[in-house]
Design a binder for this molecule. Structure first.
Ligand code: ZN
Length: 439
């Protein structure tokens, strides 16, 4: 396996995806290049057998699918998310200090580690809504240069900082933008320039800070990768690569990337929304199938909820469960939680293990320590709209929710291969709890 090629492509993909909108734009580009047809939710859909399509919602979530035949068995799906914790730039962003500096007013999006955002070059990416002759239009912008910094307070003014510090997002996390001058609204001017419009044409914005540090490989034998947004673009990328390489035979292959997982998934483009249900229904009816056919298909379907997992930390091995200890480069992590924060149960765990075996993809297991609360993800949230056998998995990583995370150099390839097998296979229900797997 050529891990270098996979990692180079992954790191480039992430570098070009500073925020959710760009992650989706880049996936869209890959799908168009592979010959997929873009659909719009507002148009009528005419779908064909052997057709390959994709649709976006809010420019920040995407569902791509391949229909091998009209009388398909079910849906073989993998879902990940496009967003990562970062700082959103507020409306009326400029704050002037002592008539000397201009800093930007920002707020938290999601639960990030604050400290690593300090003392490093940052820039701005997101979308600008501009006025057109008869409506509004979206423009994506990524200011591709070092632009801002959130400076630490010197240790002389904060002597106890190394004993633990509580970051106040309104005080500590505002980035320095420029020197104050005669001209006001410099930030808006810059945004207008980047968007190629007049300031007066800007109606609204969704703009975010991102870390400028590029992804890299490291370790004695380059066995690790480090990059921003590995959670969850590593899974989103692996899902798409596996999807593009798949050859579905009996079931519809569905690549799903939701947005807003980091803030609870409760948006129109999040896992709690009807996005997936709407798309599956439209596929079903476009093939001339009934509602009962849809429900029967769901009983013979499988969803992999793919969101990164915590590897055992070299400096804190005690934080991991005593017997379920995932390590970087040891394969895909199957996540368990008795309270079903993760959807994996014996049935979905067993089916996924069979898929990994077929793919010759190594896998390992994760549970939280019994005295620790873990995070949550999108698998159990999407069940409320589309209920089916679902497994929660991820790739092992360190420093989750830092703007620069670390993962294994070999694991992405394992997930690509497992995804390819998943998307090419079908899971036929033969009574509750019994399934025939066709590869
Ligand atoms: Zn995640």
């Amino acid at each position: 396996m050529n891990y270098d090629a996979v990692n180079n492509e992954l790191l480039q993909f992430i570098d070009r995806s500073p925020v959710d909108f760009y992650a989706v734009a880049n996936m869209k580009e890959m799908l168009l290049e592979a010959g997929y047809t873009q659909l719009f939710e507002g148009n009528a859909w005419t779908l064909e057998e052997k057709g390959r399509y994709f649709v976006t919602r809010n420019d920040s979530a995407i569902i791509a699918f391949q229909i091998p035949k009209k009388d398909f068995t079910g849906f073989q799906m993998m879902a990940s998310h496009s967003d990562s914790p970062l700082f959103k730039i507020k409306t009326n962003a400029e704050i002037t200090i002592d008539k000397q500096y201009v800093k930007l007013n920002v707020e938290k999006y999601g639960g990030m580690l604050c400290a690593p955002w300090l003392d490093r070059p940052l820039s701005v990416a997101g979308r600008v809504l501009v006025e057109t002759e008869n409506g509004v239009a979206t423009k994506l912008i990524n200011i591709d240069r070092d632009l801002l910094i959130i400076p630490n307070l010197a240790i002389h003014m904060n002597r106890e900082v190394n004993d633990g510090y509580k970051f106040n997002a309104q005080v500590d996390m505002l980035p320095l933008f420029c020197e104050a001058g005669e001209e006001k609204n410099q930030f808006l001017k810059l945004i207008a320039q980047e968007a190629g419009c007049k300031e007066s044409e800007i109606l609204d914005t969704d703009l975010f800070l991102y870390n400028r540090m590029k992804g890299t490989t490291l370790g004695l034998n380059k066995e690790f990768i480090a990059c921003g947004r590995l959670d969850d673009l590593q899974c989103a990328f692996a899902s798409l690569k596996g999807f593009l390489a798949a050859e579905p035979k009996n079931s519809v292959a569905v690549h799903i990337v939701y947005d807003n997982e980091e803030v609870g998934s409760g948006t129109k483009q999040g896992a709690a929304s009807t996005f997936l249900k709407d798309v599956l229904h439209r596929i079903n009816s476009a093939m001339g199938r009934s509602e009962e056919d849809y429900l029967r298909a769901l009983a013979s379907s499988f969803l992999v909820s793919a969101d990164n997992a915590h590897a055992v930390h070299p400096n804190h091995p005690e934080k991991a469960d005593p017997t379920n200890r995932p390590y970087m480069n040891k394969g895909i992590v199957i996540k368990y939680s008795a309270n079903q924060k993760y959807t994996t149960d014996a049935v979905s765990g067993a089916i996924f293990r069979q898929i990994c075996k077929k793919a010759e993809a190594p896998y390992q297991t994760f549970t939280n320590r019994s005295d620790m609360l873990g995070g949550s993800t999108l698998g159990n949230i999407s069940q409320a709209q589309v209920a089916l056998n679902t497994v929660d998995i991820g790739l092992p990583q360190l420093a989750m929710h830092s703007p620069y995370e670390t993962a294994g150099a070999k694991d992405t390839a394992a997930l690509i291969e497992a995804a390819r097998v998943l998307f090419s296979s079908s899971v036929e229900g033969v009574g509750d709890g019994n399934y025939t797997l066709k590869f």
